[in-house]
Design a protein around this ligand. Structure first.
Ligand code: GLY
Length: 568
């Protein structure tokens, strides 16, 4: 590579600055907040955004670019990008038709309701997060193969090859990644048979090259054999061997039976916009749409941005939506979910009937409603828009940062710890503090409830925005705030993504807020109304694209990470 281009790529990879760069001899704009005329990819790492945009420039559509970005994230962002996890991809074609592919992990056939409880019936600490038993059957590879075969126009080889090259040749780590690898070093050593490529003798520093030859070989098997390159043959044998080594329960049968599925997204109108998102087994879409439905009758703009009035209103709606989540949401293959009734305007108005604008409710007195009678948090989201008008919003995850930190020996990829997203014991919170009930109990072959909230928004029947976020339980509330920041407060996508956030999830009963996001007067007032407030670290890391009135695309790559947009 030309030395000057290398330096530009290196500097922009480290600092995410805005500028023009050359990828495969193509000139593209890169940065966190660029504007493009045609195609755009916004993802958690500069390398994956570059690979996605190169696929668009090669003539691929948004789905080709999304599949290439997903495989690239498995290489350059192993904190959450994966082939050992799962996710949800939402698609809106240029003609307005929408589709959702659910490639969420499944509980293995040997899973059972009380598998994480000890002899006294208490939760065995770490079993659902740190061990081989924490892994659900991975869904990403089947999801990508299927979505590509339904919508892709380039060959599968074309879209996966850049990830193979990236794994083999290596790429420079960002500063955040160097820190992530260093802080997780001990887990990588103790939980694996041989130290993975993520471990080196001296601490990682930004700009160090990470090469992953075993992962490159696994990706080549997927390139050459499609889903069989993962769910049978060498890769499947290596996964089962890894499970046997660590008392895990994923079997060859689990792998051969795994199938991703296409389903209808959920949608709701909000202040003249149509909000489209993921349906169960993600609860993210329903929680987001319920909150929007509950706050819709109120005038947020008049209440003001981050004032006690607006924070209180949104908090009370969040409290009620998360209470409903705990009871009604789970895998629709196992639990009947009253989706229409949960999103019904009359039901949502009833949920807010005990809302007082002057005082906080107590979560101990807010119960799930009766619609029938009437994340360390690591996940990653990327948004893609192509020159044809197609859009993709995809959120994918291993659950915790680096999943359970267990790498399938000789296959080079991390396993998820997604089983912790089940309700391992009613009333006992998971790693995100979420509590659940029967609807999300463990059963063989069942999918664990997610919070992933990929979103596509239309205005007057036209594509308006693509967004999503990591952050476990804070995913739907992060996405919510970006939506209302744009729709109600009239912010640019850059401001909407970068401004401070807050969050409430019913239990634990407190508002968490980012430093400097709320001023002390509003905090004092909210406390006097009965709210408990706690400052915390970053909430969410949104990657969004907004379509401007002249048809150009504006990126919102969150300042909270090394997120990067590429466009042309
Ligand atoms: N594991 C995070 C989620 O699916 O919500």
């Amino acid at each position: 590579m030309n030395k000057i281009i290398f330096i530009i790529l290196f500097v922009s990879a480290i600092y995410g600055c805005t500028g023009k760069i050359s990828v495969n001899k193509l000139t593209i704009a890169e940065g966190r907040n660029i504007i493009s005329d045609s195609g755009m990819v916004v993802s958690a790492h500069p390398q994956s955004s570059r690979i996605g945009i190169a696929i668009l420039r090669k003539g691929g559509n948004a789905v080709d670019a999304a599949v290439a970005t997903e495989f690239a994230l498995a290489v350059c962002y192993p904190e959450a990008g994966n082939i050992g996890g799962g996710g949800f991809m939402l698609i809106r074609q240029a003609d307005g038709t929408t589709d959702l592919i659910d490639y969420r992990e499944k509980a293995p056939l040997k899973a059972s309701r009380d598998m994480y409880l000890d002899a006294s019936g208490d939760v065995s600490e770490g079993l659902s997060t740190e061990t081989h038993m924490a892994s659900g059957v991975p869904g990403t590879v089947d999801g990508m193969v299927n979505i590509h075969s339904k919508y892709g126009i380039l060959s599968f080889r074309d879209v996966i090859q850049p990830a193979i090259d990236l794994a083999r040749k290596g790429f420079p780590l960002t500063d955040g990644q160097a820190a992530d690898f260093n802080s997780n070093r001990q887990n990588f050593i103790t939980r694996n048979l041989t130290p993975p490529s993520f471990v080196k003798d001296t601490p990682w520093v930004a700009g160090d090259t990470l090469r992953q030859e075993s992962l490159a070989q696994t990706l080549e098997r997927i390139r050459d054999r499609g889903r069989d390159g993962f769910y049978s043959g060498t890769t499947a044998r290596l996964i089962v061997k890894e499970m046997e080594r660590g008392n895990g329960i994923i079997s060859g049968q689990d792998l051969s039976e795994y199938r991703a599925s296409f389903k209808d997204p959920v949608l709701k109108e909000y202040h003249g916009y149509r909000i489209i998102s993921a349906s169960p087994p993600s609860g993210g879409g329903i929680v987001l749409l319920q909150i929007l439905g509950m706050i819709s009758p109120y005038n947020l703009k008049e209440a003001g941005f981050h004032t006690w009035q607006s924070v209180h209103l949104i908090t009370e709606a969040e409290r009620r939506a998360f209470a409903d989540r705990s009871k009604f949401l789970g895998d629709p293959g196992f639990t009947e979910i009253p989706v229409d009734r949960l999103l019904d305007d009359n039901y949502l108005a009833r949920r807010m009937s005990n809302y007082s604008k002057d005082s906080a409710s107590s979560s101990s007195k807010i119960f799930p409603g009766s619609p029938l009678a009437a994340v360390s948090e690591e996940t990653t989201h990327y948004s893609v828009a192509d020159y044809l008008g197609n859009a993709v919003a995809a959120t994918t995850t291993l659950n915790g940062t680096f999943g359970n930190s267990i790498i399938v020996d000789s296959a080079g990829f991390l396993l998820n710890n997604q089983m912790d997203d089940f309700s391992v014991k009613p009333g006992v919170p998971n790693m995100y503090g979420l509590v659940g009930g029967e609807a999300n109990s463990i059963q063989p072959g069942k999918k664990m409830l997610s919070s992933m909230t990929p979103v596509i928004i239309e205005k007057d029947g036209k594509l308006f925005m693509i967004a999503g976020s990591p952050g476990g339980s804070t995913i739907p509330t992060s996405v919510l705030q970006v939506i209302i920041n744009v729709i109600d407060y009239g912010m640019s996508i850059r401001q909407a993504v970068d401004t401070g956030r807050f969050h409430h999830q019913w239990l634990p009963d407190h508002i968490s807020y980012e430093k400097n996001s709320l001023d002390s007067t509003n905090i004092l007032k909210l406390r006097s109304m009965g709210h408990e407030l706690r400052e915390r670290n970053a909430i969410g890391r949104v990657n969004a694209i907004m379509i401007l009135p002249d048809g150009k695309k504006a990126a919102g790559a969150d300042r909270r990470g090394n997120n990067s947009a590429c466009g042309y």
